[in-house]
Design a protein around this ligand. Structure first.
Ligand code: MIG
Length: 763
């Protein structure tokens, strides 16, 4: 946002805030009081933990269940992490500390971590220099690096410098912009198909220098403490569950959140919202959520409605809900300075706002003008904040969109966020800056989850944000380049352990051409968050406003709803395991080196490979397939290796892995799609009552047709009749409990659930 776009008051406020910030930050500058660890003094084991002593430091290494190793050099502000289960631990063997899976030794200046196979996992040291405390580890020439949160870089981050400082991109960004809204100190290192993950439990300012300054080193530096990191080893399917043991597992969202969501900055009033909902209804396009951006508020005051534009929110929400549409409102972290405004008065009286070190409340301009910011790191402030959502719920609002929570501040010059010297309960703002949005999401979640499952969409966050909220990639440009970039950015968010991700379909800032919009929408079908959003002064993007592209847009959105049973099942699996829903193609087989650099394909859950078309006028593209055979969704054509796939505008190249079983909604009926493989087939279908009553159905079929249908839980799904559809092989007959059942169009139906069946294939 350019400052000149605001009125004079905000300009004045921006300058006065910037001045204050600079005065406080220089007066209360923080001297880094950490010394370099200095000379090595010895290594020993104390109650199973390794202690490596240095002149000025003592490193403690603990082993936890899940192949997790915690390295603590210096403690600092508390981080929101789970408590871990200690495992057997270490003992000394000569000059090495040894556990059942790794050993730790010291040589030259480095701590060396070696696997039980004798291979080196890490070689590195910690040093303090230039005001930063740094962890420096060796890289091999071929190592790749992934993760680090929201990054507008290449998929492999090797050679980049990534700043860890949550930052508002100010209205628009494209490739290479850094830092962005959501930084995560998680980095996945790959070498020869083997992985090491590092997670730095630090929420202050820092950098991941991914082999930029020194080609054969990675350097992770922070300006503040703690210097504490976790190393996780194993394969990808073990590493992500372990990461989520530390940072918390993704929560289980409501099913509607996975439907199509329409947004715009802004739907201005009651009438416009009704018109949009009517449009979806008339065109027979489902709509799960509609967003109200900042203009719904009374003068940008949180938890208020502009009563002229929205005189009766309750009846509007009821109207939307008849069509299955949930209304979501934006919420800002800044509370307007406005004597007489209840929220402001309460927070002021209770001393809930963040202050400068001298005790003065920190005021800074945002949309509402001068505002103060609740200290969400405090439990009492968070509970009070959570209660404010009740008024919104009572008004019929069912989800919340946390914007500007880096926090973003309008400044005259300098960094567009909160003064580093500001004081929060958990520490100096600068030292826990990257947790601001995370704590705001936690405050809302903790209250809202006492009712039904919450939906919170947050722009900022930190490691483990999916336990509370969804995220999107913010204000991305409208361009083909940025469409491609969004996929890469989301893949690196996944590799940072984030499950619920998405982007503004069509880009935030411009008016996409019809084909760009359709291609973006098609990619959106395969992102957890499927949401169209755009800035002011952009062309309309409701599906019926797209002229000759309207039909394809409607079909694309309907496709998402067909896939919902599969998507919900994959969401449940992610919730249970911590494994992200969207994954890079190499997830399917990291030992296949040709997959490691593929940045224009993705796995959507376990069974679907997607190769979005992301170029102007493109009607086909090359697809590199992970090992095994892949079924074309549209015609069951089998692919493997590398193939050119034709894809006119109405077609999305996406493929089902052989051997998978995929539940799909067919006009309100459930179809269990079985993709034949001579290694056997299996898959799941999860459904629930939006609460704790659930049903997890597990299907498995051997290559010669012995079928089992297992179930866990008691939920009676809304689907009565199940249709089983065979792909890739002709079905001759089916026998359930000694009875022959009819086969037609290579499928059979079951009105009642069975335990086992015999399928006879025509091989
Ligand atoms: O300063 O609320 O990223 O999605 O439409 C811009 C207005 C504030 C930024 C968000 C964008 C939203 C916009 N907001």
């Amino acid at each position: 946002m350019k400052i000149s776009e605001f009125g004079e008051d905000i300009m004045k406020d921006s300058f006065s805030y910037s001045l204050n910030r600079d005065l406080y930050d220089s007066k209360y500058r923080k001297e880094n009081d950490v010394n370099d660890p200095g000379k090595f003094a010895g290594i020993s084991v104390d109650k199973g933990s390794v202690v490596v002593s240095f002149e000025n430091a003592s490193l403690k290494v603990k082993e936890y269940e899940g192949n997790i190793y915690e390295f603590t050099w210096f403690e600092g502000p508390a981080m929101p992490l789970e408590s871990l289960q200690e495992s057997e631990g270490f003992h000394m063997e000569a000059d090495r500390a040894v556990s059942s899976r790794i050993s730790i030794s010291f040589a030259d200046r480095d701590i060396i971590v070696t696997g039980s196979d004798g291979k080196e996992i890490e070689r590195g040291h910690v040093e303090v220099s230039g005001g930063y405390i740094k962890h420096i580890t060796s890289l091999n020439g071929w190592d790749r690096l992934f993760g680090s949160g929201e990054r507008a870089f290449s998929l492999n981050l090797r050679g980049q410098v990534c700043r860890l400082w949550n930052h508002d991109a100010n209205g628009s960004y494209g490739p290479d912009s850094d830092p962005l809204y959501l930084n995560i100190p998680v980095i996945l290192q790959e070498g020869n198909g083997k992985f090491v993950m590092r997670f730095y439990a630090n929420a202050g300012d820092g950098y991941i220098d991914a082999g930029y300054s020194s080609e054969d080193h990675m350097m992770v530096s922070f300006r503040s403490l703690p210097m504490k990191y976790y190393i996780i080893i194993g394969n990808l399917n073990d590493i992500y569950p372990s990461l989520s043991r530390i940072t918390g597992r993704p929560y289980m969202p409501p099913e509607w959140a996975l439907g199509f969501q329409q947004s715009r900055y802004s739907y201005m009033n009651d009438e416009e919202v009704r018109r949009v909902i009517d449009g979806f209804r008339k065109n027979g396009i489902p709509l799960s959520a509609l967003y109200l951006d900042i203009d719904y508020m009374d003068g940008y005051r949180d938890f208020t409605f502009n009563s002229k534009a929205f005189p009766d929110m309750k009846s509007l929400a009821a109207y939307a809900s008849e069509y299955g549409t949930h209304i979501i409102t934006i919420i800002e972290p800044g509370v307007k300075f406005d004597p007489g405004y209840r929220i402001y008065e309460e927070a002021l009286k209770n001393r809930f706002f963040i202050k400068y070190p001298d005790g003065n409340t920190l005021y800074a301009p945002v949309w509402a003008g001068m505002s103060a910011f609740p200290d969400f790191s405090r439990p009492d402030v968070s509970s009070w904040w959570g209660l404010q959502y009740d008024y919104m719920l009572e008004s019929g609002i069912s989800g919340f969109w946390h914007d500007m929570n880096e926090p973003a501040i309008f400044t005259g010059w300098g960094d567009n966020t909160m003064a580093e010297s500001a004081v929060q309960a958990d520490g100096r703002h600068g030292d826990i800056h990257n947790l601001f949005g995370y704590y705001m999401a936690r405050a809302a979640f903790d209250h809202l989850s006492q009712g039904s499952r919450p939906f919170i969409l947050s722009r900022s966050g930190w490691a483990g944000i999916s336990r509370y909220a969804w995220i999107w990639t913010g204000d991305t440009e409208t361009s083909w380049k940025e469409l491609k970039q969004n996929l890469i950015t989301i893949l690196n968010l996944s590799m940072s352990g984030i499950s619920y991700t998405g982007c503004d379909v069509g880009g935030f800032t411009g008016s996409p051409t019809g084909d760009l919009f359709i291609r973006w929408l098609q990619m959106g079908v395969f992102l957890p968050l499927f949401r169209v959003h755009s800035s002011k002064n952009t062309g309309r993007r409701e599906p019926w406003e797209l002229g000759k592209y309207s039909g394809v847009a409607a079909e694309t959105i309907r496709l998402r709803y067909r896939l919902l049973p599969y998507i919900y099942t994959e969401t449940y699996k992610s919730h249970m395991t911590g494994i992200p829903i969207v994954r890079p193609a190499f997830w399917a087989d990291p030992s296949d080196s040709k997959l490691l650099d593929i940045d224009d394909e993705m796995m959507f859950g376990n069974s679907i490979l997607v190769a979005p078309v992301m170029g102007k006028g493109m009607n086909s593209r090359d697809v590199v397939f992970p090992p095994g055979k892949w079924y074309d969704f549209y015609d069951d054509h089998l692919f493997s290796g590398k193939c050119e796939i034709s894809a006119g505008l109405e077609k999305i190249p996406f493929f089902m892995a052989e051997g998978s079983i995929i539940p799909v909604d067919e006009d309100g009926k459930i179809a269990i799609n079985i993709y034949y493989s001579d290694h056997g087939m299996k898959g799941e279908f999860y459904s629930d009552n939006s609460g704790s009553d659930y049903l997890l159905e597990e299907f498995s079929i051997s290559a010669d047709g012995d079928m089992r249908w297992g179930r866990e839980g008691t939920y009676e799904s809304r689907y009565r009749e199940y249709r089983f559809r065979l792909h890739g092989i002709a079905l001759s007959s089916v026998n359930i409990n000694g009875q022959e059942v009819p086969v037609n169009e290579n499928s059979f139906s079951a009105g009642e659930k069975f335990e086992s069946a015999k399928l006879v294939f025509q091989k």
